[in-house]
Structures are given as structure tokens and as C-alpha cells.
Design a protein around this ligand. Sequence first.
Ligand code: PHE
Length: 343
Amino acid sequence: MEQLLQQLETHRKDIEAYHTPGAEGAEQFRITYLGTKGLVKSLMGEMKNVPSERKKEFGQILNDFKQFTEAKYNSLKEAAENGQTAAAVDIDLTLPGDIIPVGSRHPISMMRNRIVSIFQRLGFSVAEGPEIEDDWHNFTALNLPEHHPARDMQDTFYISTDPAWLLRTHTSNIQIREMEKGRLPLRIICPGRVYRNETISARSHCFFHQVEGLYIDENVSFADLKQTLYFFVQEMYGNDVKVRFRPSYFPFTEPSAEMDISCQLCKGVGCNVCKYTGWLEILGCGMVHPKVLEHCNIDPEKYTGFAFGMGVERPALLKYGINDIRLFSENDVRFLKQFRGVV
Ligand code: PHE
């Protein structure tokens, strides 16, 4: 009898500590303790071994134990129904919670999104294209035939077994692909990663990001180009920004220009970022060359258009005060986590 009472005490402790959660945990508990082959049943069976003068006393203790076990079962069942663990009742709500690590957007993505969203507000829609491209879409259709000296400015990586394939040097390939679809008018903005065979340094890398734009319709003029880009820089850099266009050369635009903005760091006075000129070059642009339109079966007598292209890294370096372009692609968490909460 004494031994039985001791056993009961151990069982009581086990039951108290039982915390397997969920409906399965509750059911397991029921089978072990309250089922037909469970502990309570088998203890009832012990009754016959108890001396008759203590039967009443033991009966009461056993009854107590049964009620205690049933109460625990009910609380497990209830907790399972409410989706909590049985231990939930014991949780100290004043303890700090587990910290869930939150990522952040990459600074290049943030800058790209800023640029793209300004043009989206003007009615441009986003178009994307392949990074592994053929010679036609990256060069030839853009009026850069084989052996054209301007190809040297955009040396890239070729696939040695089949040099007809290369890593695109600009996202202008998307413009060709979109024009070839033959749906006009066309107003697209083309973000993406591009590659050039250049020495890696703090200022340049063998891959970087661009956003290019294209607008083709009847009667599109250089004035439309200027006004669109002027709107863009005001939205991007503020209303006090000044712009200037310098004549330039791209085989796929005629006339071509490069656009500078007044240096936002020194306000045009001259500093080491703008190399003491007061101006920063931010993009190339021009009117789409008639030959490019012809390559895409668009009648240059009827349609005209403008195009522009800019890098994403340079404005990101300026905006976030970063001094080495390589940081963008090293995946160093100590660098990346500094952009948590930045937009
Ligand atoms: N594709 C050019 C470059 O990567 C940029 C550009 C785009 C210039 C469109 C003019 C018009 O350098």
C-alpha cells in the first residue's frame, strides 16, 4: 500500500510536467493515463490487493488522482483547440520576445526603384530582357555593325564556343526586342544588369546596372526628350537642380547628347566628387537613329523617338555616401544591414 502511494506521487509529478502540445499530445495523454489500458484503470485493478480496512481510504485517494488526471487532460485538450501548448499558461509574458531577423533592400534595388517609379508616373512601363544576348540585339540592330570602332567602348564577355552569344553591355537590347514586337506607340523603361570587360576598381566593375528608356510615337521631338529628363532630375534631385546637355556620340541615336546635373554636394561650386567642375554626368540620350527604327521594321518617315540610358551605381554611391563600387556586390552583411529601414 505504501509503495502504491509512492507510485501515485511519482505519476502525479509526471502528469503535472506533461506538456506535449497539440491534439496529438492530448490524445497520447488520454491513452497513457485514461484509456482502457491506461494507468488509472490499472491502478483501479490494484484495489483488490489493498487490505480491506484501507480500501475506503485508498478508494478516495484514487478518485482524487483520477479527477486530477482528467482535469489535466481537459486543459491539454482545450489548449490544443485554442492552438496553444499546454505550457503556454506558464509563459512569462514580460520576457522579451525572440528577435526575428529582418532583411533590407539592397541599395542598388532601392535606387533602381526610385528611378523607375518616376518614369512610371509619366506613363512608362517596365520591360525586361535577357542578360545573355545575341550579337544582333546588343550591337548590330543598334547600328553597331561588326568591326565598328564604337564596339570598343563596350567590350564584353563572349562565349568562347559560340561568339555569337555575349553578355549584354547595355539594356538597349530590350529596346530592340520591344520594337521588334511591332506595337506602337512605345513608352518603356528598361532596368537590368549589364556587363563590360573592364578592370575592377573602386569606380568601375565588370558588371553594373542600368536603367534605359525609350519613347516612340509620331512627332516625338528633342524637346520631349529634354522635358522628360528635366522632370526626372527634378523629381530625383530636387527643384533647384540645373541641367546641361553636351553633344555626344552614340551609334544608335542622332543627335546624341550627354546630360549633366549641377553637383548636388557642392551646389556647383566645385568639389572632389565633381572634379571641381560643378557638374556631374548622369546619362546619355538622343533621338533614335532612323537605321535602328528600320532594323525593327518601323517606318522612320512616320515615327520618331528618343532614348536615354543611365547607370544605377553612380547615383547610389552619391546618395548613400558610399566610396567603393565593389561593396555593392561583396554581400557583406555588415554593409548591407546599414540599409535597414532606408528607402
Ligand atoms: N546604351 C548607352 C550606354 O550604355 C546609353 C544610351 C542609351 C545612350 C540610350 C543614348 C541613348 O552607354
